[in-house]
Design a protein around this ligand. Structure first.
Ligand code: UDP
Length: 397
């Protein structure tokens, strides 16, 4: 049964002062009508953030809606190519791709009547929506991608859409671009009450692992991610195989496929050939399994090659896990190397850290303790809520 949390519930994690501050910031915004738009209700970090954010801001008295744009498979195939290009991949930016993209967004605009006080549009998929409305309120584009080195051609094509917005939110300072619009930075945060993060008893963890037939006789090395090449699942398998020559362990790769990501199924299939008794690959839609794995793992990996933020990192850190993250994008902001986890730049480094953590459970525990504290201080979702409230207030006349 779904429990809708109110801000007071978060007091146990963030203290009375933060709760009061958020309530005070929300008060002048009561009865405002705010809209978030993105391209998937399920799968990936944006949908996780929006499902918590839209419920909590409603309970704070701000009428907040969430709409998801729709499109045929070729639309999502184009937008995934844009997503990849914005994270640095090559693309053949044909007129046909632009036409599919712009036409489907036009159709979505015809169907979506917007009469709000503020609109947030998430990521590149719905970006051109703004061109189809008579703009009566502030519109903000929230980009969740790793913009360290975007493909120039796609970026230049999208800039005229981006510059129609009143402001742009990025996940990290390094993603700052040359734009004629204000840019602000919010690192996202995790919701301690979501299915993925809420407390689980040892018996509930056992039950979930058993349900999926995950062996627990050896220490678990885990990566939880959408099936996406940027998450480097093959690099994880190679690091695991190297580590396993020195320390016995089991690898669990668990992922899902977001509805706006048509490459997921193919990436998943490509991993199946690597499966064996000690390499478990599962495509499931079960937040409780993610939760159980992050809690039970001896080592959690998030060996991404690009990562806008990487909620899975904070999720695992919050559970006191020893996390090895790729030294990229938003992961660098979460893990302080050697203090609250490890940052790695190669398969060999990942393998070496896995072995080190398996051999030294005290070190793993120490990193995990620091990790939980770091998330409590910086990456809980109440901060995200507060940043949104500040931004809405900044636009209030
Ligand atoms: N997730 C999940 N099940 C899975 C894989 C991922 O529930 O099998 C969740 C994960 O716990 C996290 C989100 O999906 O909350 C992924 O967000 P992240 O920022 O790590 O990556 P993104 O998918 O947005 O690139």
């Amino acid at each position: 049964m779904s429990v809708i949390h109110t801000i007071g519930d978060y007091e146990q994690y963030v203290g009375k002062e933060v709760v009061r501050r958020i309530e005070a910031k929300a008060r002048p915004l009561h009865d405002m009508h705010v809209l978030h738009m993105n391209s998937t209700y399920y799968g990936g970090g944006v949908s996780q953030i929006l499902s918590s954010l839209t419920l909590l801001t409603n309970s704070l008295g701000i009428e907040t809606g969430w709409r998801v744009i729709h499109g045929p498979p070729d639309f999502f195939s184009v937008t995934k190519k844009f997503h990849n290009a914005l994270q640095g991949a090559e693309i053949n930016l044909s007129g046909r791709k632009k036409e599919i993209y712009e036409d489907v967004i036009h159709e979505n605009a015809v169907r979506n009547h917007i009469d709000h006080d503020m609109v947030f549009v998430h990521d590149p998929q719905p970006l051109p929506l703004i061109t189809h409305y008579r703009k009566k309120c502030p519109w903000v584009w929230r980009c969740h991608l790793d913009l360290t080195a975007p493909n120039r051609e796609v970026w230049d094509y999208l800039v005229p859409f981006i510059e129609r917005y009143d402001a742009v939110i990025l996940s990290c300072g390094e993603y700052l671009r040359d734009l004629r619009r204000p840019q602000v930075f919010f690192t996202p945060g995790i919701d301690p009450f979501s299915i993925v993060n809420r407390e689980l008893s040892e018996s509930a963890i056992d039950e979930r692992l058993e349900h999926y037939g995950i062996p627990t006789d050896l220490p678990l090395v885990v990566q939880v991610s959408r099936f996406d090449r940027w998450k480097d699942p093959l690099g994880v398998i190679r690091a695991f195989e190297k580590a396993r020559k020195e320390e016995e362990c089991t690898l669990v790769l668990v992922g899902n496929v977001a509805t706006d990501d048509p490459e997921g199924a193919e990436v998943y299939r490509s991993l199946l050939t690597h499966r064996n008794e000690r390499i478990i690959v599962k495509s499931v839609q079960d937040g409780a399994l993610v939760n159980a794995l992050q809690r039970r793992a001896a080592v959690v990996l998030q060996k991404s090659l690009r990562e806008g933020f990487g909620l899975t990192v904070s999720e695992a850190m919050w559970k006191g896990a020893a996390v090895i993250g790729g030294n990229v994008g938003g992961i660098r902001h979460q893990i302080e190397d050697g203090e609250s986890g490890f940052l790695v730049s190669s398969v060999d480094e990942a393998a070496e850290r896995i072995v080190r953590l398996l051999r030294d459970p005290d070190l793993a525990e120490q990193l995990g303790r620091a990790a939980r504290e770091r998330v409590r201080e910086r990456f809980l979702f109440t901060r995200t809520v507060e940043q949104y409230l500040d931004l809405i207030a900044a636009f209030e006349p």
